[in-house]
Design a protein around this ligand. Structure first.
Ligand SMILES: [Zn+2]
Length: 149
């Protein structure tokens, strides 16, 4: 069993978690077509397709595929792009950032550290305090209100 260290918001500490490895075929069975295309085939949802702009309560955005804590509601901001945007992940431990040269652009892709799910990209035009804009696909995330943690 391969494991990694990730930050758990509920326990407020770094924990050891098993790395989730599944074949594309297995993910296809577990996810909707849209979720599969985005998380597994690195797709991008239509701007505004995700209903997270209507969320106005504290909570955590988790990885759809493996449940890893990814973003706090308190770091969400309105970027005007139509994609859910955050200025900081829960922890650098919980995401992997890597160069993506697709579409003839050099961008930084953001993936879930635990299951490798494609989440979106990060840009340097975000608000203070980090100046980062984590531009995410809502279909790669699930929101859990604080009261249900
Ligand atoms: Zn994950």
């Amino acid at each position: 069993m391969k494991s990694i260290q990730i930050f758990d918001v509920n326990q407020n500490k770094v924990i050891t978690a098993e790395i989730i490895e599944k074949s594309d075929e297995d993910w296809k069975k577990l996810l909707t077509q849209k979720q599969y295309e985005i998380t597994t085939k690195k797709g991008t949802e239509t701007p505004g397709a995700c209903p997270f702009s209507e969320i106005h309560e504290a909570g955590i955005f988790r990885c759809l595929r493996c449940g890893t804590d990814l973003f706090q509601y308190s770091t969400k901001f309105e970027s005007g792009t139509g994609w859910p945007s955050f200025w900081e992940p829960v922890s650098k431990l919980n995401v992997v950032e890597q160069r993506d040269k697709s579409l003839g652009l050099i961008r930084i892709e953001v993936l879930c550290a635990r299951c490798g799910s494609h989440l979106g990209h990060v840009f340097d035009d975000g608000p203070k305090p980090t100046g980062k804009r984590y531009c995410m696909n809502g279909f790669a995330l699930k929101f859990v209100p604080l009261a249900q943690l």
